[in-house]
Design a protein around this ligand. Structure first.
Ligand code: GLU
Length: 315
């Protein structure tokens, strides 16, 4: 049986070269080692995500040639446009996070029933003050509201208790990892005071609901893995997961590319007349998959990955 991975962009802007690097790894590993790719639109943050960015993202994926095995770009368009397909697609896939409120509400209720959550009334500035740490260190929530035991009516914000203890996992690229969520971030916010689900919560619930076996993403999310495993364990997830955190895109001089860099937007590159194969080759080169920039087609991905990486055990 095929294992399953996902491509999970957030439509907070246009698709950029960093997304292409991720897509190359996701589709490359799936095609090289017998996996299937699910497309998930991670639009849990309603203040930053936009329907026009999603439309552009779907269009750019089609143009680049990345075809999901589950959740076609057309099925996402159909649910937006409210066509006849809508009800059927919603029932079958539910892959856009803003359509998944009921799923997250049920997941939160499950954790609450088991006394893993509490109401948090801290504002952003409270948290900044409480969580002050050394420069460069991640802010850690000290559990202030856990002690306070506020009534549900006080705020929509909920945190999940992170008990002390180490989470271990093997990353395909980084090897054996040990992380302590209680030490790194403290009790995790799962819903904010405006009622929005957080990335960490929604991603764990979806990875479970959608039977994701392998997570392939940039190494900027490596530190999130321990806490996601912890959350999944609180839900009782038994299905094992494998992880691959790939290199991020860097300029040839070693500096990091950011979304703000206009030169990375696929929209603009397309408008300037570039070919998809040229962009794929550029992304593969800038993330260390090719020794030099050259045109690269999607059909070459299986061979590229077979030559580059060894399959994680269990694939
Ligand atoms: N939506 C996240 C992003 O665009 C990806 C999350 C993940 O792969 O876990 O960065």
């Amino acid at each position: 049986m095929a294992w399953r991975t996902r491509f999970a962009p957030a439509p907070t802007g246009y698709l950029h070269l960093g997304h292409v690097v991720n897509a190359i790894h996701v589709w490359g590993m799936a095609s090289a080692f017998g996996g299937e790719v699910l497309l998930r639109i991670e639009d849990h943050d309603r203040t930053r995500c936009r329907a026009d960015f999603e439309a552009a993202l779907l269009d750019d994926l089609d143009w680049l040639g990345f075809v999901p095995d589950i959740g076609s770009t057309d099925s996402f368009r159909a649910t937006r446009e409210g066509t006849v397909q809508e009800t059927r697609n919603r029932a079958r896939h539910q892959q856009r996070q803003s359509d998944n409120d009921a799923r997250y509400t049920a997941a939160l209720a499950m954790l609450t029933e088991r006394n893993f959550t509490y109401v948090c009334t801290c504002t952003r500035s409270d948290i900044a003050r409480l969580a002050r740490r050394a420069t460069g260190e991640e802010p850690r929530y000290p559990g202030t509201c856990f002690e306070a035991r506020h009534a549900d009516s006080k705020s929509l914000a909920r945190r999940v208790r992170m008990a002390e203890g180490v989470e271990t996992f093997d990353d395909g690229r980084h090897g054996h990892m040990q992380q302590s969520p209680a030490e790194q971030c403290g009790d995790m916010l799962v819903r904010d005071r405006h009622g929005q689900w957080t990335y960490q919560f929604a991603v764990v619930v979806d990875d479970m609901a959608q039977d994701i076996d392998v997570v392939i993403r940039g190494e900027d999310l490596l530190e999130s893995t321990g806490r996601q495993l912890r959350l999944a364990a609180l839900f009782g997830r038994e299905r094992p997961m494998a992880w691959w955190h790939h290199r991020l895109l860097v300029h040839p001089d070693g500096s990091k590319l950011s979304k703000a860099n206009r030169d990375t937007s696929i929209r603009e590159r397309r408008a300037s007349g570039v070919h998809a194969a040229t962009l794929l080759g550029e992304a593969a080169f800038l993330s260390g998959l090719l020794p030099a920039a050259r045109d690269l087609t999607i059909d070459e991905l299986p061979t590229l990955f077979q030559a580059h990486v060894s399959p994680i055990s269990g694939w």
